[in-house]
Each structure stands twice: as structure tokens, then as C-alpha cells.
Design a protein around this ligand. Structure first.
Ligand code: GLN
Length: 310
């Protein structure tokens, strides 16, 4: 039973204070140089509910690079576009490897373990680049309509930085192409993938954009169907088992919510039938997950009794 607390706003502010002394832990992602330019001391949290409330504290209105959180939206677009054929080309198992690992991909003949590790997201980027005449624009429009904000933008500085430091992602894409699992030209696949990773959004916008996952696929504000109830279940299942990469087991153990992180420091967590939490703080742990972001989601999940495993 989710606790109905009237002072959620104050609770979020209190939670941020508990994290102040952890600001020096972890490292901001620097393998994408543009991400290393972000101040490590920023932190924010937002909670959006399916009944239309939005709470936020700290730097919750400062845009950051959504990075791998974009993989959720790409997955939904690909599922809507090609249906169950998608699952011939990508699996739905946890990888037990770092998010950008290449080792498993050769053993498993170019079929990525799941859609939210980099190999899987590149596969999805191929689906989108191959099935939309302007996939990058389609992606940006999708984000703008879900967040209800036409000012959401692609950060070109981050995009260029990813493009010029993208050898590992290129290697993953070429390896999949060698197995016949990529249709489009690799530069087009990479360009789509880096574009979606380079979108900037703030905690409030991200939490609001994902409300459909907490509401059986229906955007509670517009009543539009974003994906089917069955696919909503599937996305949440993948986020529960793989969304926090090789820390997904520990996250399920301690928090118990479908979630996704990005190396920009964002963490989103879906609370079915209730709402979405988005926390942000740039320094990451060894899994590439935000240290404080994860703590903040844990704090609010414990406070309100949000785990889906209760
Ligand atoms: N753009 C990043 C990469 O390809 C995304 C990784 C992440 O956020 N975990 O490495």
C-alpha cells in the first residue's frame, strides 16, 4: 500500500539534504568529454503522479543529457513500429556485463542480450533509422509530445563529443552488421543513437514523459495510447531486470521498481499505477549509475513504500 503523504515536497527537500556529504563520491562520465564538463555537485529529484501532480526539489529544472534513458523511448517506438519481429533480433535477458561490453555479442552471434545495453540500443537505432524517413526528428517529436514541451532539444556539443569518441559503439554496430543483424548503414545507425542520447531534459520533464509506463500505456494527461498494455508490461519487465545494468539485481533487491539510468547521471523509476520518479546527480559508480540518483530513488521508494514486490 503506497503511503499518501501530504508533504511530499518537503520530503524531497529533506532527502536532498541527506545526500550533501556524498557529493564527492564517484566520477562524472568522462569517456564522453562533454559530459565531464557538467558540475558534479548538481542534484535534483522530481516525482510526477498519474493523477497529475508534479513535485520537485533541488536542480530538478536544470536540463541534463538523458543518455541511456533515451533507450526506453527508442524501445517503445521500435515496438510500435515493427511489433513482435523485434524479438527475433534482440533478446530480453540481463547481460551480467557492463553496458558497453562487446564480449557476449560475438558468442551470441550478433543478437544483443537486451534492448537497454548499448548493443541492444544500437539495434533499436537501426530499426528506427530503417523504418522512419527522418528517425531523429521522429524521436525528438516523440519526446516533445510526451513531455508536453516543444523546447526540448538535442545538445549538439554532446552529440559531437559522442560522435568523435564513439569507437566502441561503432565496433558493436559493425559486429552486429557482420552477423546480418543491422540493416542500415552504420554511420546512420550511430548518428541516430548519438542523437537520442544527446537530448537534454530535466527531472520534471523526464518524470512526466514516462507516466504512460505507470498507466498501462496511456498518457494520463492527454489520454493518448503510447503503447499497448502488453508492451508496457514488457518494457517495465526489461527495466526491472536490466535497466540498471549489472546493478539491476541489487536495485531490485533494495528498491524494487522498474528503472533506467544514463551516464549523464539521471535515474528514472516507474511506480505502476502511481507515477514516475526522476533523480539526477552526475557522479557515477562503477556500473555507470548515478550514486546520489540511486540513493534518492531508494530514499523515496522506502519512504512511500513503493516497491512492486511488497
Ligand atoms: N551514449 C552513451 C554510450 O553510448 C550511453 C551509455 C549510458 O548512458 N549508459 O556509451
Amino acid at each position: 500500500m503506497i503511503k499518501d503523504i501530504s508533504n511530499l515536497q518537503a520530503k524531497l527537500e529533506e532527502l536532498l539534504i541527506t545526500q550533501q556529504n556524498l557529493k564527492t563520491q564517484g566520477h562524472v562520465a568522462d569517456y564522453i568529454p562533454a559530459l565531464a564538463e557538467v558540475s558534479p555537485t548538481l542534484m535534483g529529484i522530481s516525482v510526477a503522479t498519474v493523477d497529475g501532480k508534479v513535485f520537485g526539489a533541488g536542480d530538478d529544472k536544470i536540463p541534463f543529457s538523458i543518455q541511456s534513458i533515451s533507450k526506453i523511448f527508442g524501445l517503445v517506438m521500435a515496438m510500435n513500429r515493427i511489433g513482435d519481429d523485434l524479438w527475433q533480433r534482440v533478446n530480453m535477458e540481463p547481460s551480467g556485463q557492463p553496458f558497453n561490453s562487446i564480449i557476449q555479442l560475438e558468442w551470441e552471434k550478433g543478437i544483443p542480450r537486451n534492448p537497454v545495453i548499448n548493443a541492444g540500443a544500437l539495434l533499436i537505432a537501426d530499426v528506427l533509422a530503417s523504418h522512419f524517413s527522418a528517425s531523429k526528428l521522429a524521436f525528438l517529436s516523440f519526446m516533445r509530445s510526451l513531455s508536453g514541451d516543444n523546447n526540448i532539444y538535442i545538445d549538439n556539443h554532446v552529440y559531437q563529443s559522442e560522435l568523435s569518441h564513439g569507437s566502441r559503439n561503432a565496433a558493436l554496430a559493425y559486429l552486429m552488421k557482420s552477423f546480418g543483424n543491422i540493416e542500415a548503414e552504420i554511420p546512420d545507425v550511430l548518428s541516430h543513437y548519438f542523437t537520442q542520447c544527446s537530448i537534454s531534459m530535466n527531472c520534471q520533464q523526464l518524470a512526466t514523459s514516462l507516466l504512460f509506463l505507470a498507466n498501462k500505456g496511456i498518457d494520463p494527461r492527454t489520454k493518448n495510447s503510447i503503447c499497448t498494455p502488453r508492451d508496457t508490461h514488457r518494457v517495465n519487465a526489461i527495466l526491472s531486470t536490466s535497466g540498471m545494468y549489472d546493478q539491476s539485481g541489487e536495485f531490485a533487491f533494495s528498491v524494487g521498481l522498474p528503472a533506467k539510468s544514463g551516464v549523464g547521471g539521471g535515474v528514472v523509476a516507474v511506480v505502476p499505477n502511481y507515477g514516475v520518479i526522476c533523480a539526477w546527480s552526475p557522479p557515477l559508480n562503477k556500473y555507470g549509475n548515478s550514486i546520489i540518483g540511486t540513493n534518492l530513488v531508494l530514499g523515496i521508494a522506502e519512504e512511500l513504500g513503493l516497491s512492486i514486490y511488497h
